[in-house]
Design a protein around this ligand. Structure first.
Ligand code: HPA
Length: 235
């Protein structure tokens, strides 16, 4: 048992899917995994282990934002020996060539969070995905007949900006950032620090320029497509 996860040693797989929403973890466990068992309910942040096509998989909710996400990532790596961490989340598109329902694989993550610069004594660090997982996800998506967008995302600490700021993402768009979410930079920093593999897959649930949103049913379909891509990483 770690501070925030009540699993016993050995109850969590080497390969862990990381949705922000614990009810998504439950949904995935109940609908895609075989013989799924809930190993943790601490703070309602549910975690399950089961199998997919015979291979052991865990799925652990992490909450929103770098601090919450990193609590689970740290404990999964340090206390449970996780080796492959795959975030499956949603994001807000911020460019014309990104559409709602697109699935993005984050090659790298910029951030407005101080967590990254504090880790490198005030200098800047470029949190980057595992190259092996990027390649595998691209191949896996192709086999499923799905197309992924790939590039830099913004992991922001701020969901609600000051109303007087008209376009808080303009500066990031200028540098080619595709979308905003709230966790990936932390995941990539810590996975590199501990020499484990990580990838972040993100469904575009809303668009910051057009104001378009995915309807809940579409969101579920697009989300499940993304989870299927994530599960190809087990091959
Ligand atoms: N901002 C931050 N995170 C998000 C967003 C957003 O607009 N949409 C989905 N996750």
């Amino acid at each position: 048992m770690s501070i925030h996860i009540e699993a016993k040693p050995g109850e969590i797989a080497d390969f862990v899917l990381l949705p922000g929403d614990p009810l998504r973890a439950k949904f995935i466990a109940e609908n895609l995994l075989d013989n799924a068992v809930c190993y943790s309910q601490v703070r309602g942040m549910l975690g399950f282990t089961g199998t997919y096509k015979g291979k052991r998989v865990s799925v652990q909710g992490t909450g929103m934002g770098l601090p919450s996400h990193l609590i689970y990532v740290n404990e999964l790596i340090s206390d449970y020996g996780a080796k492959t961490l795959v975030r499956i989340g949603t994001c807000g598109g911020m460019r014309d060539d990104i559409k709602v329902r697109d699935v993005i694989m984050a090659v790298s993550a910029s951030t407005d969070s101080s967590i990254i610069s504090r880790a490198v004594n005030g200098m800047s660090y470029a949190p980057t995905a595992s190259f092996d997982l990027l390649l595998k996800a691209a191949e896996g998506a192709k086999k499923l007949g799905l197309t992924l967008k790939a590039g830099n995302v913004l992991s922001s600490d701020i969901f609600y900006h000051d109303v007087e700021i008209t376009d808080p993402y303009a500066v990031w768009r200028k540098f080619g950032v595709l979308a905003v979410e709230m966790e990936t930079a932390g995941l990539y920093m810590q996975s590199s620090r501990f020499n484990v593999q990580a990838l972040s897959l993100l469904t575009v649930s809303d668009h910051l320029i057009t104001g378009e949103h995915c309807f809940p049913s579409e969101r579920q379909t697009a989300f499940m497509d993304m989870v299927k891509v994530a599960l190809t990483l087990l091959d």
